[in-house]
Ligand binder design. Structure first.
Ligand code: SF4
Length: 64
């Protein structure tokens, strides 16, 4: 699935990184970097946890 982040909503609290560090990472300036455009069979469940954990509802998944 395609991973979408609304960067206007993101408050850089790193909860998504805690859930799916293989996909989400805050850089040295606390700017969220999304390291993959799409989920894989290995990352899907972690990304779903990140979607659920984000208090700003900034992350969404779309069908390819
Ligand atoms: S959990 Fe949401 S608000 Fe927090 S860094 Fe990730 S996308 Fe941004």
């Amino acid at each position: 699935m395609k991973i979408k982040v609304d960067f206007d909503l993101c408050e850089s609290n790193a909860l998504c990184e805690a859930m799916a560090p293989e996909v989400f990472e805050l850089d040295d300036d606390d700017y969220l970097v999304v390291k993959a455009e799409h989920t894989t069979s290995e990352t899907l469940e972690d990304v779903k946890r990140a979607v659920a954990a984000c208090p700003r509802a900034a992350i969404s998944l779309e069908e390819d």
